[in-house]
Write a protein that binds this ligand. Structure first.
Ligand code: WT7
Length: 634
């Protein structure tokens, strides 16, 4: 790694930020980075010493094989140790660090009049009660629990309750279709599903319970349904009479299976002994798109994920007591798992938990919330930045953003124009922009600036995090040195990397390790410049990135060809101003098929359930039997 001497315009951290920073300058970063690679045992042991271990490890910090030619791929961290991540991120703060009264979350609903504050001790008691309810429903260590909830506190309660009793959570983003939910329930064989009656997304009321029932019905059609209990939260916005529209919401009910959350929690004890888990026991499964039609169940384990999300959060956001941190992602994605729940809580941080959307009820919603809670660290996606950029600086000027210290992005490459705007208009020229590159699979940040240490170049995720050793390979698997462009790979594991794909270790090895033996292959292209900075150039497989979320063309193609009138479908990506990329679907119908509105609607429905998003189809051209449809995912 070279210390920057570039002619590129660089942005340097302020002395103010450097004064109290955990990693205060580039030399400190380089020194720690060297230590993390040369002596990972010592480096990670120091991190582990911050946590509670019921039993110490018997194996080394990290043990692995990354070379398919030498046997099965595996990664193990702190084998033999026993711990519990929920205990570490909650009980310790309350019992040993007097943080019980500290705010864990400021919950801010879709509508500005909906908000609440949750302290660490309140969080602990909610989690324990939920854990007891799950145990009562028969959930045991190793069982899977599917969670289909909007961004309400019960989502955090449920995931931590699972972690407490050793159940494996599988969170399905609550914008996904019944088809996607069904597929994930079948794959995990979950016995319990936790959901809500409904949710407002902007102006729109969505009947979640109905989607859940459709999903369960589909499960029964395809296989025997594993779900025996469905725990249903009454959404706070649907409790009040003022939400008049709530009367319109019919909540379908099966008294055999369905249980209201409030009724179950009432009388559930506030004490709950955690299940002491092995370091390598599974913590959660989270599905991500694969280059075939079937999503991949990325599996993360307890100890390594805990160490890694905790340390990246501390360093990348330079966390200090007194910060108010806000990550705008949904917990249904890995960003929320790692940097709304586990990472911040491990550090005893105060976070904003936001349910709404950036432009409802007005386009200054984000800035209003930053002012309201005096947010110091703000983390969002390039797609949101580009969307808000369109409204100019005026909405920002109405609010006081002087509390902000660091701003971050994740999800896709950020174009320099959006970077500049984020830095100048939002960060007021004062806040470093941490452009964090990572994946569902990596568990946490792998290429990222450290805000007080790394001179920034707009559009570059800069340098590797501690313990991460990147390399760039050409098509033949030859490693490229210095200035170069090629495949981004990693030479060794860090504690937070995924361990397998759920019940499909073969696909795990084939997808990530087969192409270049000895390396984890990210699937992203990358350039290293003369200063050693890494620039992600985008996916180099059949995946595309829409609004910061990966999907595969094959996934959408497979869904479209399910339609009886469709002969063939080809889906390609196209650049999109706000979303980064969008889809164009080319569909040719069988001879008997006729292109009409009904077919378009049906195709939209199919595309929607496969891409788990909303597709708008427009007719472009109708040449003979081939119809060209453009689809946008929003
Ligand atoms: C893919 C992973 C990690 C949480 C959100 C997405 C792209 C992610 C960046 C960034 C350029 C980025 C990559 C990666 N990506 N962050 N800072 N710069 N590209 O998680 O759905 O697993 O997607 O998102 O293409 O492989 P994911």
């Amino acid at each position: 790694m070279v210390v920057p001497e570039s002619r590129d315009k660089m942005y340097y951290p302020s002395g103010d930020l450097q004064r109290d920073a955990h990693v205060p300058d580039l030399d400190s970063y380089l020194e720690l980075y060297r230590k993390s690679l040369e002596n990972p045992e010592v480096f990670w042991q120091e991190v582990a010493d911050e946590f509670f271990w019921k039993k110490p490890a018997t194996g080394p910090m990290l043990q692995y094989n990354f070379d398919v030619t030498k046997g099965n791929i595996y990664v193990k961290c702190m084998e033999g140790a026993k711990t519990n991540i929920c205990y570490n991120v909650l009980d310790r703060h309350v019992r040993e660090r007097s943080l019980g009264e500290k705010v864990a979350y400021y919950w801010e609903g879709n509508s500005p009049d909906q908000h609440m504050t949750i302290t660490y001790s309140q969080l602990l008691s909610h989690v324990c009660r939920c854990a007891n309810v799950l145990r009562q429903m028969g959930v045991k260590k190793g069982d899977r629990v599917s969670i289909y909830l909007p961004m309400i506190p019960e989502l955090v309660y449920t995931m931590l309750a699972c972690a407490r009793i050793g159940a494996v959570h599988s969170i399905v983003f609550a914008g996904f279709s019944s088809e996607s939910l069904c597929e994930r329930i079948i794959d995990t064989q979950s016995s319990v599903l936790v959901t809500a009656d409904g949710v407002y997304r902007g102006e729109k009321l969505i009947n979640l319970k109905q989607i859940v029932d459709e999903a369960l019905e589909k499960c029964r059609e395809k296989a025997s349904s594993s779900v025996t209990k469905c725990l249903v939260v009454k959404h706070p916005a649907l409790r009040t009479k003022s939400g008049a529209a709530c009367n319109k919401l019919q909540t379908p009910w099966d008294s055999e299976c369905d249980v209201w959350w409030d009724e179950a929690m009432r009388g559930s004890p506030e004490e709950c002994e955690p299940e002491w888990l092995d370091a390598e026991d599974p913590l959660f499964i989270l599905y991500t798109s694969g280059s075939t039609g079937k999503p991949k169940g990325v599996l993360h384990t307890v100890a390594g994920y805990m160490l890694y999300t905790s340390l990246t959060f501390k360093y990348v956001f330079d966390h200090h007591h007194g910060d108010v941190y806000w990550c705008t992602a949904d917990i249904g994605w890995i960003t929320g798992h790692s940097y709304i729940t586990y990472g911040p809580l491990a550090n005893g941080a105060t976070s904003v938990l936001f349910e709404g959307v950036p432009v409802h009820p007005h386009v200054g919603r984000f800035w209003e919330i930053i002012e309201k809670y005096k947010v110091t660290k703000f983390y969002t996606a390039p797609t949101a930045i580009r969307l808000l950029m369109k409204y100019g600086r005026e909405p920002l000027q109405k609010y006081d953003l002087s509390s902000l210290r660091i701003v971050g992005t994740v999800g896709e490459p950020i174009n320099p124009e959006a970077w500049q705007w984020y830095h100048e208009a939002v960060g007021q020229g004062r806040c470093p922009v941490v452009d964090t590159f990572w994946q569902t699979e990596t568990g946490g940040h792998v290429l990222t600036p450290l805000p007080a240490a790394t001179p920034l170049k707009p559009g570059s995720a800069t340098f590797p995090f501690f313990g991460v050793e990147p390399a760039i390979l050409n098509e033949h698997g030859e490693e490229l040195e210095g200035e170069a462009e090629g495949y981004l790979v990693f030479r060794r594991p860090w504690p937070g990397i995924m361990r397998t794909l759920y019940e499909n270790h073969e696909r795990f090895e084939n997808t990530y390790f087969k192409k270049f033996p000895g390396f984890y292959v990210t699937g992203d292209g990358c350039r290293r410049d003369r200063d050693g900075y890494y620039w992600i150039t985008g996916r180099i497989d059949d995946m595309l990135n829409v609004s910061g979320h990966l999907m595969s063309t094959a996934e959408v193609e497979a869904a479209l060809t399910e339609h009886p009138a469709v002969a063939e479908a080809a889906v390609v990506s196209r650049p999109h101003e706000v979303k980064g990329e969008c889809l164009y679907c080319f569909v040719s119908l069988k001879d008997c098929g006729e292109f009409n509105r009904a077919v378009v609607e049906e195709l939209k429905g199919l595309g929607q359930s496969s891409a788990s998003c909303w597709i708008h189809v427009r007719r472009r051209k109708d040449a003979a039997a081939t119809i060209i449809i453009s689809a946008q995912i929003g």
